[in-house]
Ligand binder design. Structure first.
Ligand SMILES: Cc1cc2nc3c(=O)[nH]c(=O)nc-3n(C[C@H](O)[C@H](O)[C@H](O)COP(=O)(O)OP(=O)(O)OC[C@H]3O[C@@H](n4cnc5c(N)ncnc54)[C@H](O)[C@@H]3O)c2cc1C
Ligand code: SF4
Length: 621
């Protein structure tokens, strides 16, 4: 793996030493020093060609290329057409209409169609929707499946232990609806357009723009026409600037621009690190005799061990055909680098309680997306000069409920209500100027805050010796009986990226081969996500340092990105000229789940937006 012909003797000494020391949380300084030395001594093949790593100003191929950008002005610009962004846009226009004000609201969405990058369960709690549109039924909102049956189980390899769904438990779904969230988001988009919101699907916000005083001025959409090697193509076109008085960032879980805002405005200074899970999902048409529209099934336990947080969902939809949505969620604080969330999902489908539903059925869609698990203690400061963070980007997910849509919507609506009087108090003819906002008090007094406060200790309580079982006992005592009123707030165990143990300390996991009927391989799965990217563009999975994957991730953790990526984007392949391995990034496969950016143990991967419109083509996921 590290032949003398390829690496200097200094690099080899450092790599050998790296193999013998524990990971950085055990001996941080020694580890970091050795790692830096090893990486600086390794001559790695060039992988990253993106201008965010190799600035165009220093690249002779870009000399003389026209870089002027066209700019447009709006009152509010919203990044992300998910439940949060669309609810904020809708609420702003509702308020403008109620008060007889003109308000220009523009929303950019990186998917080619609104809803095409949306992936969720999803059981929808309709609280926020009813506040936004009390007449949602008359408006034809696609909530076609009220929950009629709620089943929760602890799975062992061969058996199932039923858990009664007592009133008051967070997992209870009485009064909720099973939806295809992509369809619901598309419907929200239609309502927004009807109210006069300008929607721009196929336009990714690639850059945050700042005023001279450091406040946010708006965003720029991505440039197009850059070749894979980072040079300009003949068809190169600069993106467009959108300036606004206020910019709302609703990029969803682990926003790429939000990451920059955290740094720029130190927004995470007083909160815990965000923690995450990856959720994988499939849609199946099943035998009509097994179809029970309105039935919701959740499980914890097998195939995960008691110290790995996660579980499954299986929802029977009522959409005119015998359709089920099923998925598997794995907490990204798992420690064994050999774990593959995708293969755990495939294995789970063979459980004797699950497989009979799928036998004779047909899989029609696949996808994956990260979700927040940090809860209240991980919500950063939400406001900064010129903008606000909304939805799952800062993280309003209610983890034990596995629900974040209603809270994301409400956070967007509250943001709209907080900024509306400020924007309209100014002369609308005045030059665009950024607003200074403080966290809306209404948010802290809202049901969102109360709901997240009550469940704040459930997820961190799973970090105990008994794992799953300890967490369930904690939930029973402190949530079900005391309703989260305990006077303490538990901490998470740090960044998910830091939780992996070195491969030498872990046992490889033997996964069964897929049978092609119930379980499938990765590539045939990715094909069902419809994902596509223009091939001749720089990979949007950028590496801060091209040598780190081999020198650290492969050497110490046996290349975990090959297993945690649910789309087969990362592969270690033999170097063509000489010995050794190199990382190959199959960026076209990416389904924009953001897991690599979260779980990379070296925090060397930075997901950036690809050319607008690229990515999965989900149809009602
Ligand atoms: C597997 C899984 C199961 C879930 N189950 C449930 C459930 O049963 N019930 C429930 O209520 N919630 C569930 N959730 C959570 C729910 O999906 C989220 O809480 C919700 O979608 C958050 O809404 P959002 O608008 O904040 O973010 P998102 O829905 O992620 O929307 C963000 C949007 O922004 C776009 N975007 C991102 N970056 C950019 C950019 N730079 N430029 C332009 N556009 C951009 C994205 O393409 C996306 O369309 C689940 C999530 C997962 C992953
Ligand atoms: S490359 Fe990263 S963002 Fe893309 S699918 Fe793989 S893990 Fe997800």
């Amino acid at each position: 793996m590290f032949p003398a012909s390829r690496y200097s003797s200094r690099a080899q000494r450092c790599i050998r030493a790296l193999k013998t020391v524990p990971p950085d949380h055990a001996a941080p300084q020694l580890y970091t020093t050795l790692h830096r030395r090893a990486c600086s001594s390794v001559s790695a093949p060039r992988i990253t060609t993106h201008y965010t790593i190799h600035p165009r100003e220093k690249d002779p191929r870009w000399e003389g290329v026209e870089m002027e950008r066209f700019g447009d002005e709006a009152d509010v610009v919203i990044v992300g057409g998910g439940p949060a962004g669309l609810s904020a846009a809708i609420r702003l226009k509702q308020l403008a209409n109620e008060h007889g004000k003109e308000l220009r609201v523009c929303l950019v969405e990186k998917a080619s169609q609104i809803g095409a990058h949306t992936l969720s369960g999803a059981c929808l709690e309709p609280t926020a929707l009813t506040e936004l549109f009390p007449d949602w039924k008359e408006r034809g909102a696609p909530l076609n499946t009220p929950v009629t049956e709620d089943v929760f189980s602890i799975l062992t390899e061969k058996h199932r232990i039923p858990v009664p769904m007592l009133p008051g438990l967070p997992m209870r779904n009485h009064g909720n609806y099973i939806v295809r969230l992509g369809n619901f988001v598309r419907w929200l988009g239609e309502q927004a357009e009807e109210l006069g919101v300008e929607l721009y699907p196929g336009y990714a916000a690639a850059e945050i723009l700042f005023h001279e005083d450091g406040s946010v001025k708006g965003i720029a959409t991505n440039d197009v026409g850059i070749a894979k090697d980072g040079s300009p193509k003949d068809v190169f076109e600069r993106g467009m600037e959108l300036h606004a008085k206020v910019t709302l960032f609703g990029e969803g879980c682990h926003g790429h621009l939000a990451k920059q805002l955290y740094k720029q405005f130190n927004l995470r200074e007083n909160c815990e690190p965000q923690t995450y899970a990856i959720g994988l999902k499939e849609l199946w048409t099943i035998d009509e005799k097994k179809w029970k529209p309105g039935r919701v099934e959740h499980s914890v336990g097998w195939p995960l061990n008691r110290n790995t947080y996660g579980g499954s969902f299986l929802y029977h939809l009522n959409e005119g055909e015998p359709l089920v949505a099923l998925g598997f969620v794995v907490g990204l604080d798992y420690t064994n680098p050999y774990l593959s969330p995708f293969r755990e999902f495939q294995r789970w489908k063979h459980h004797p309680f699950v497989a009979p539903t799928l036998e004779g059925g047909h899989r029609i869609a696949y996808g994956a997306r990260a979700l927040n698990e940090g809860g209240l203690q991980s919500i950063p400061k939400l406001t900064f000069p010129g903008g606000l963070l909304i939805g799952c980007s800062p993280g309003f997910m209610n983890v034990p409920k596995i629900k974040g849509t209603h809270t994301a919507m409400k956070s967007g609506m509250l943001a709209a209500e907080a900024i509306f009087p400020k924007i309209t108090a100014e002369s609308l003819d005045s030059e665009t100027d950024s607003m200074y906002l403080s966290t809306p008090e209404t948010l802290k007094n809202s049901w969102v805050w109360k709901e997240l406060y009550a469940v704040r200790n459930i997820r961190p309580s799973f970090h105990n010796y008994f794992g799953l079982y300890g967490g369930m006992v904690y939930t029973g005592v402190f949530y079900w009986i005391l309703r989260g009123k305990e006077p303490w707030t538990l901490k998470h165990c740090g960044l998910d990226a830091h939780q992996l143990k070195p491969a030498k300390d872990c046992t490889p996991i033997e996964y069964p081969k897929p049978d092609g009927k119930i379980s499938f391989d990765l590539l045939s799965s990715v094909a069902l996500s419809g994902t596509n990217h223009e091939g001749d563009q720089p990979p949007h999975l950028t590496l801060k340092d091209d040598s780190v994957p081999v020198a650290r991730n492969l050497t110490i953790f046996d290349g975990p990105e090959q297993r945690f990526c649910p789309a087969g984007v990362y592969e270690y392949v033999p170097v063509e000229t000489g010995d050794g391995m190199r990382l190959q990034i199959n960026a076209q496969n990416c389904v924009h789940c953001k897991t690599c950016d979260i779980k990379d143990p070296s925090q060397n991967i930075n997901w950036v937006v690809p050319e607008g419109g690229g990515g999965p083509a989900y149809n009602g996921m």
